[in-house]
Design a protein around this ligand. Structure first.
Ligand code: GNR
Ligand code: NI
Length: 197
């Protein structure tokens, strides 16, 4: 069961912290060069912009719905991402500013991944099973998370976005090309459908 993409989830789990007045941001779809760029660290002068951006990133992620969203996915080349796995329907929002991976396990794990920038495309991705990430939270406090399971995959997936890396870069070229072709075909079909109405 891919509960992260269950379309019914939006109504069932939408956290009350996301009110209807918050406007969603536009999610970039691959191929887009912003998704392939290296994002720059958030600096002190970004403070106000980032404060306004965070609720909009959460709203965009929860509505999509997704379990993570990195700033480059909404066209901003900043080292910032939001995550919420909402395990057992319980909101557990994480804001990561300037995240750094400080440790990865030798042990590997496979998870089926999807990406809001590659809608409806999924593949099994092998990554280190455990990760330790250091970052600043929304109030500028230093935080560290050690994760396993889906959270580990998600944190690594989000930090990849900050370096212009997509989950398809971790699979075979054959599968990657299949997904990229299918995505552009799906997107072309969507544009044609929209035109016809
Ligand atoms: O919604 C998402 N699901 C997901 C599933 C497995 C591993 C990573 C993810 S993140 C993804 C949302 C997204 O595109 N984040 O960048
Ligand atoms: Ni993604």
């Amino acid at each position: 069961m891919r509960e992260d993409i269950d379309p019914g989830r939006r109504e069932r789990y939408m956290p009350s912290m996301i009110d209807d007045k918050i406007k969603s941001l536009n999610i970039l779809i691959a191929p887009d060069k912003v998704l392939r760029a290296h994002a720059r660290p958030v600096a002190a002068h970004d403070n106000q912009a980032v404060r306004e951006l965070i609720p909009r990133m959460f709203a965009t992620m929860y509505r999509a719905p997704g379990i993570g969203l990195a700033a480059p996915q909404v066209g901003l080349g900043l080292r910032l991402a939001v995550v919420d796995l909402m395990t057992n329907d319980k909101p557990a929002p994480i804001v990561m500013i300037n995240p750094e991976i400080v440790a990865l396990s030798k042990e590997l794990a496979t998870h089926e991944e999807g990406c809001l920038s590659l809608p409806d495309q999924y593949a099994d991705v092998i990554r280190p099973a455990l990760v330790k990430v250091r970052f600043l939270d929304q109030s500028g406090a230093r935080k560290e998370i050690e994760a396993d399971g889906l959270l580990s995959a998600c944190l690594q997936h989000e930090i990849d976005h900050l370096d212009g890396v997509l989950f398809v870069d971790h699979i075979s070229a054959l599968k990657r090309n299949m997904i990229m072709r299918r995505l552009s075909k799906d997107m072309r079909q969507k544009r044609e459908d929209a035109l016809v109405g």
